[in-house]
Design a protein around this ligand. Structure first.
Ligand code: ACO
Length: 326
């Protein structure tokens, strides 16, 4: 029994903000940055930012992405008995984003819950969905990554605020005898904790306690990301007995083009096979992998029967890789 990928979808907020436009906005608060710095250090050229006044938020983006994935799979919400949503930026603490998505889709009755593994969230959600489908207990799953990280960025901290964007991506997985997910591995090292990448803000007796913004040691994250993605990518390929160069589509977490390029080189994967939506989306955290996957699938960059390698890494530190046959 396999969990087979049968549909993808994604959604972005309406407002695109280029590096130049962002630099102009930040300059109004006396923060200096420029397109050249952002592009050469990260590969990012623009990002999409959610606007609450337009009704945009994590749940709304998740629902749109899910509807598009269901349409691609030629299914209706009633066909789904499991919804897992990876998010670090839910619109509210509870009920979960997955339950809200279930309600908005009209898919009540199945299981629905969120997974919180920050930028590695989609890989963790995929691993959980794979286990639940191959156990025989569930038939069809919607696995979603959705984020509005723009709400937790310190717009006065130029070392973080230029990196992120908002969005959502979703996949439909079906329990099947035909090949799908071949290997999925997730890891964490909690010792590389809040000091490396964290957001400590929380509610305490009706008031906000801690720091409400993302804080990051960029160089540490860089090193952990390259190491975690390279070793986990190799581990799933070894488990299946294929060489990473056999992969037809490589979708690493879209955080930084320099990280992605180093990982592709270490794995021996041709750069032409790598999804590179980080340029136009920025880092959308748990949404980045399903968003980039959907763009690649819709562009015809992978054919049925070919191998896809998906990878996530984020705060925790947490990371993982998934090798699947499309
Ligand atoms: N514009 C202009 N200058 C800037 C900016 C900016 N937006 N941000 C920082 N600088 C300056 C710094 O102040 C510093 O100036 P100084 O030398 O005068 O002190 C200089 O640029 C160099 O700063 P560094 O932090 O050393 O730059 P570095 O080359 O390490 O690049 C970066 C920083 C891009 C964050 C890099 O470390 C990185 O990509 N790390 C990975 C982080 C990441 O991907 N995080 C995403 C979240 S986690 C995840 O998704 C896995």
């Amino acid at each position: 029994m396999y969990a087979r990928l049968i549909g993808t979808g994604s959604a972005l907020p309406q407002t695109e903000v280029t590096n130049d436009a962002l630099a102009q906005r930040l300059a109004q608060d006396g923060i200096e940055t420029n397109d050249e710095w952002i592009r050469t250090r990260t590969g990012i050229e623009a990002r999409f930012l959610a606007d609450a006044s337009l009704g945009e938020g994590t749940t709304q983006l998740a629902v749109l992405a899910a509807e598009r994935a269901l349409a691609a799979a030629e299914l209706t919400p009633a066909d789904i008995d499991l919804i897992i949503c990876a998010t670090t930026t839910p619109d509210q603490i509870f009920p979960s984003t997955a339950c809200q998505v279930q309600a908005k889709l009209g898919a009540a009755g199945g299981a629905a819950f969120d997974v919180q593994a920050v930028c590695a969230g989609f890989l963790y959600a995929l691993n959980v969905a794979d286990s639940m489908l191959t156990s025989g207990k569930f038939k069809r799953a919607l696995v979603i990554g959705a984020e509005t990280l723009s709400r937790v960025l310190d717009w006065k901290d130029r070392s973080t605020c230029v990196l992120f964007g908002d969005g959502a991506g979703a996949v439909v997985l079906e329990a099947s005898d035909d090949a799908g997910i071949l290997a999925c591995k997730t890891y964490a090292d909690g010792r590389l904790g809040t000091d490396v990448l964290g957001l400590t803000g929380h509610l305490d007796n009706g008031v906000l306690a801690g720091d409400p913004f993302i804080r990051m040691d960029g160089r540490q994250v860089f090193k952990c990301a390259v190491e975690g993605l390279s070793t986990s990518g190799k581990a799933v390929c070894d488990e299946v007995g294929v060489d990473p160069s056999d992969v037809a589509l490589f979708v690493p977490h879209q955080a930084n083009l320099r990280i992605m390029t180093m990982v592709a080189k270490k794995l021996g994967i041709d750069m032409d096979k790598m999804a590179k939506t980080v340029a136009c989306h920025g880092n959308t955290s748990a949404a980045s992998v399903p968003l980039a996957l959907d763009v690649a699938v819709r562009a015809g960059n992978v054919n049925k029967g070919e191998l896809i390698l998906l990878q996530g890494v984020g705060a925790g530190m947490a990371w993982g890789s998934c090798l699947l046959r499309y």
